[in-house]
Design a protein around this ligand. Structure first.
Ligand SMILES: Nc1ncnc2c1ncn2[C@@H]1O[C@H](COP(=O)(O)OP(=O)(O)OP(=O)(O)O)[C@@H](O)[C@H]1O
Ligand SMILES: [Mg+2]
Length: 457
């Protein structure tokens, strides 16, 4: 935490001294004023992060001071001290912009907690603002978040190759954003308003691959009841994204090569050549060079695809992207779930940094989505992270000492659910099965954790 300055405003000297002594001991810089006028003078001339102001003071009272502070600088947080029992005054001051209030006589422990909470939040908001500024500077491919040097190189190549018709080969581990880049290239090309068609070679059985790619005539094989256009034809004048191109069967490789060279296709069962104008973007997480050496991937096809190569680095090699991506996904899923989430706690962010992310950005996105769903406060803590990241159940934030039994059970339950969701890749039906509970029950639990904000674990 950076160093914070707190300004105490109270007409009683004894009260000022007690509060100042206590806050100094807690490591804060402290200023004290006995009147509102003097406090405003300090605020105009020094940096103050938080004001702790008495309500009842001669000359300018707390309400008036609050109003003047807010018009001076709305960013300054104000805690108002009110007489015990005057709850109306308290609500009134909150309405007028006080961040919080505490009752007199001041309980120092409570004061410390309140101060800490406000300053932590301030810190997060500041960090998020900084991130947002960074985001605005980032490469202009919409929705691709990065500020790391490693990604900058990849994005720069993508940006330069986009306007051409050159074939692009995107390589990178699973979840590094290959499809996202492919779409971005298409969207930044003159073909942007033409179709972007994707086909996944790993998802197709061998006997379907060719009819998927090139289409077929009616009666071309058993089951071909209708004439059907293939993906190449569908992508005509646009882009075709061939995903997992390393999985393309040997027999199809040669046909694909011919299509790429001649820019025309023949539907299965027809010998009529149909000219096509398609920009091909291929992706793979398999080592194609090695497959060429082994003889499982045709060298000529490899060269034909690999006109321009973009290699996406794994997330573990660009950890500076983690806070940016986290912020981006928080905003995405907070909006989707209609929640207000300010950010990750320092410790939770720390855990993200220590993690290896074998599933890369997709894994991070899943983690953030589930944390947002599970979060009961506007800051995500380690309690909402899967055990794979936290290792233990006994970190300070999710600590189990000093809690009721029900709370402990709940923490444990939450972890179980979270881990099951992770193991199931976010698919609720599968997670429920793993947990041995009905999907309805799981949904109820998720909703409960999402909505029950009062009981802050
Ligand atoms: N730099 C990024 N900024 C924002 N979102 C990203 C980024 N990289 C990846 N993502 C998101 O992560 C998820 C996975 O990305 P994508 O599907 O493009 O990965 P992939 O490399 O194609 O993975 P696979 O090899 O498993 O198919 C998507 O939801 C994508 O939007
Ligand atoms: Mg993909």
């Amino acid at each position: 935490m950076p160093h914070y300055t707190i300004l105490i405003v109270d007409d009683e000297a004894a009260q000022r001294e007690v509060l100042a002594g206590f806050l100094k001991k807690k490591g804060y810089s402290v200023r004290a004023s006995e009147t509102g006028e003097k406090a405003l003078h300090v605020l105009r001339n020094e940096t103050v992060d938080l004001v702790l102001s008495d309500m009842r003071m001669p000359e300018m009272d707390g309400a008036e001071l609050l109003r003047r502070i807010k018009s001076l600088n709305p960013q300054i947080d104000v805690i108002v001290m009110t007489a015990f029992g005057s709850i109306e005054t308290a609500t009134e001051t909150m309405k007028n912009g006080a961040t919080d209030f505490i009752t007199k006589p001041v309980d120092l422990q409570q004061l410390e907690l309140t101060v800490q909470k406000i300053l932590t939040k301030k810190q997060l908001i500041l960090e998020n603002e900084r991130l947002r500024e960074l985001l605005n500077d980032r490469f202009s491919f919409d929705g691709i978040i990065s500020n790391s040097g490693a990604m900058a190189e990849a994005l720069s190549v993508a940006g330069r190759v986009a306007p051409s018709k050159a074939t692009v080969l995107i390589t990178g581990e699973s979840g590094t954003g290959k499809e996202l880049i492919a779409k971005a290239i298409h969207m930044s090309s003159p073909r942007a308003d033409k179709p972007f068609i994707a086909v996944n070679m790993a998802a197709l059985s061998e006997n379907l691959v060719e009819s998927e790619l090139f289409g077929h005539e009616k009666g071309a094989f058993t089951g071909a009841h209708q004439q059907r256009k293939g993906r190449f034809e569908l992508a005509d004048s646009g882009s075709l994204f061939i995903d997992e191109v390393g999985d393309i069967p040997a027999g199809t490789q040669v046909k694909l090569l011919r299509v790429l060279q001649e820019q025309q296709i023949e539907r299965i069962g027809s010998s009529q050549a149909i000219p096509i104008d398609v920009r091909v973007i291929a992706a793979t997480n398999r080592p194609l060079e090695k497959m060429v050496e082994d003889g499982t991937f045709r060298q000529d096809l490899y060269y034909r695809l690999n006109v321009v190569k973009i290699t996406l680095p794994p997330l573990r090699d660009r950890k500076t992207d983690i806070p940016l991506l986290t912020d981006f996904f928080i905003r995405k899923y907070a909006k989707l779930n209609e929640k207000t989430i300010t950010g990750f706690s320092r410790e939770a962010m720390d855990r993200l940094f220590k993690h290896d992310f074998p599933g890369n950005v997709r894994e991070l996105e899943n983690i953030v989505e589930q944390a947002v769903v599970l979060a009961r406060d506007d800051i995500i803590t380690v309690a909402e992270l899967p055990v794979t990241l936290t290792g233990q159940h006994d970190s300070p934030e999710s600590g189990i000492s000093g809690r009721t039994f029900a709370d402990k059970v709940e923490i444990f339950e939450k972890k179980l659910i979270y881990d099951a969701l992770e193991a199931a890749g976010g698919v609720q039906t599968k997670a429920a099965e793993l947990l041995g509970m009905s999907e309805r029950h799981l949904r109820y639990k998720l909703q409960k954790y999402g909505k029950n904000k009062e009981k802050n674990l």
